[in-house]
Design a protein around this ligand. Structure first.
Ligand code: A3D
Length: 322
């Protein structure tokens, strides 16, 4: 079996961690692209020089030329800027849409057969734009947000219950923003509903159990902002990188994991021709299936709210000429 090749577009905070994680897992050879001269070359050289210590055999190279991504099996995109003080949402949208358009043209031309995972924000709009400009089929183009949002939710649940996070399963659907939908009813610890475990912890006090769950849901929704506030100079980068690697691994190793993915919906959840965070099976054919969960009325209306928020951003992007 020949080695796989992953191209990382954007060699900033997330791009660097992605390169290191992919190398440590020996998932693929790595090409790190950035428009900043020498920086991707420096980062990949630094990671490669740890290969003896960590014991990995992959090739790592940095580049400023899209041609070097030719033959990539998978591309992960983090090119784009985080919001700066004084920048309006439209300003960020315009700046990152311009970058994403360039990136989509470069990837479409040089790696048209690759699977693509977009991480750049605003996520749902950037995935939509990337697919439109690159022309790469919908089932091969997806966004990472839900794996991270779900991991955050799971982490908070594990801390609250004092149980291993390894046994927590929790899923977050919808757009990547304040309207995301953490699915409380489906959250469980090795099959035991979290709601039940909370009631046990609070000795049958249903109100207290609900209050604690509501607080975890709220913390999940603003978890990205919590990290930004602490870091002061940027946004989360370790956890988004880990999340995208889990998706890449599921595709390249045909694991068929059911992961919350920003995927193209064709009728599912009442959405047609639209990207949204939904549970999807990721395997050798990319997004192989979108799973439609049965939702109760509250969950449905929360998801509808999220869909409207995503539609607004995508609409704004189109209004701005993208
Ligand atoms: P940062 O460290 O600024 O890296 C971005 C990189 O993109 C920089 O190295 C830039 O030089 C590079 N870049 C700029 N323009 C281009 C271009 N035209 N072509 C190629 N590269 C370019 O940011 P980061 O790595 O911390 O975050 C990257 C993106 O991910 C941002 O848009 C964040 O908002 C977003 N993000 C998303 C999540 C999700 O879960 C969806 C989480 C955290 C961050």
């Amino acid at each position: 079996m020949s080695r796989k090749k992953i191209a990382l577009i954007g060699g900033g905070q997330i791009g660097g961690v992605l390169a290191q994680l992919i190398a440590l897992k020996e998932l693929a050879d790595i090409v790190l692209f950035d428009i900043v001269e020498d920086m991707p070359q420096g980062k990949t050289l630094d990671i490669a020089e740890a290969s003896r210590v960590d014991g990995f055999d992959v090739s790592l190279s940095g580049t400023n030329d899209y041609k070097d991504m030719a033959g990539s099996d998978l591309v992960i995109i983090t090119a784009g800027l985080p919001r700066k003080p004084g920048m309006s949402r439209d300003d960020l949208l315009t700046t990152n849409a311009k970058i994403m358009k360039q990136v989509a043209e470069g990837v479409g031309e040089n790696a048209p057969n690759a699977f693509v995972i977009v991480i750049s924000n605003p996520l749902d709009a950037m995935v939509t734009l990337f697919q439109k400009v690159s022309g790469i089929p919908h089932h091969k183009v997806m966004g990472q947000a839900g794996v991270l949002d779900s991991s955050r939710f799971s982490t908070f649940i594990a801390w609250e219950l004092g149980l291993s996070v390894k046994d927590v399963n929790a899923m977050v659907l919808g757009g990547h923003g304040d309207t995301m939908v953490p699915l409380v009813r489906y959250a469980n610890v090795n099959g035991v509903p979290v709601t039940e475990l909370l009631e046990l912890k609070y000795e049958g006090d249903k109100e207290k159990a609900k209050e604690v769950m509501d607080a975890m849901v709220q913390r999940t929704k603003v978890a990205g902002g919590e990290v930004v506030k602490l870091l002061k100079t940027g946004s989360a980068f370790y956890s988004p990188a880990s999340s995208a690697v889990a998706m890449a691994e599921s595709i390249l190793k045909d694991q068929k994991r059911l992961l919350p993915t920003c995927a193209f919906c064709e009728g599912q959840y009442g959405l047609d021709g639209f990207y949204l965070g939904v549970p999807a099976v990721l395997g050798a054919n990319g997004v192989e299936k979108v799973i439609e969960l049965s939702l109760d009325e509250t969950e449905k209306s929360m998801l509808e709210n999220s869909v409207n928020a995503v539609k607004n951003v995508v609409g704004d992007m189109e209004r701005l000429g993208f």
